[in-house]
Design a protein. Structure first.
Length: 194
């Protein structure tokens, strides 16, 4: 596909995505800082998109820039994980989408004597599932130990801290929503719930 064809297709794609999200130009302008007239010209093809504008729009729509410009699929669906170490713990991002719900695999090293992290508070909502090992969850006044196969969810405005009380590493799948999004978990198929 030629560059001009790609650029011509961006405007309708942006308009379609905005309408799909049920947003007005004014609402999108407020969330991105891009003027209504610039957004209108981008959607109509009267203005060529710049990287700066596309980054702001991708963040507002919570999509990759590739989706905005209609880039061809690369053929490799894997998420290339880049582990991050913080306070002795390893965080492996499992999602690529900026903003919105984020998925992580977290590895907590075995507990060492005297280590007691302070409880933290921040905006959002978190869901944890213990893959292996044990995870001590201090949540406000509650202090529980989750075993492999157990899950917990909570509003992150509640003071919380996690440690590994065991002698082996603990692996946890964590889903985090910065805006307070809750996870939707079904205990049984929808047809059986009626």
């Amino acid at each position: 596909m030629e560059l001009d064809e790609v650029l011509v297709a961006v405007g309708p794609r942006l308009r379609g995505l905005r309408r799909e999200r049920g947003m007005t130009l004014a609402e999108l302008s407020k969330s991105t800082g891009i003027s209504v007239s610039t957004l209108s010209r981008l959607e109509s093809g009267g203005r060529k998109p710049t990287l700066e504008l596309m980054l702001l729009l991708a963040r507002a729509y919570q999509v990759q820039i590739d989706e905005l410009i209609g880039a061809p699929v690369t053929g490799d669906p894997r998420v290339h994980m880049r582990p991050v170490k913080r306070h002795g713990m390893t965080y492996i991002p499992l999602s690529r989408r900026p903003g919105g719900l984020q998925a992580f695999k977290q590895i907590y090293p075995p507990h060492w004597p005297g280590y007691e992290p302070e409880q933290q508070v921040h905006e959002g909502y978190e869901w944890l599932y213990v893959l292996s090992g044990r995870l001590r969850v201090r949540l406000g006044e509650h202090d529980v130990v989750l075993e492999a196969g157990e899950a917990a969810e909570f509003d992150t405005r509640t003071p919380h801290a996690f440690t590994n009380p065991g002698g082996e590493p603990t692996e946890v799948l964590a889903l985090f929503g910065p805006q307070g999004e809750r996870m939707h978990v079904r205990a049984r198929p929808a047809a059986a719930a009626r």
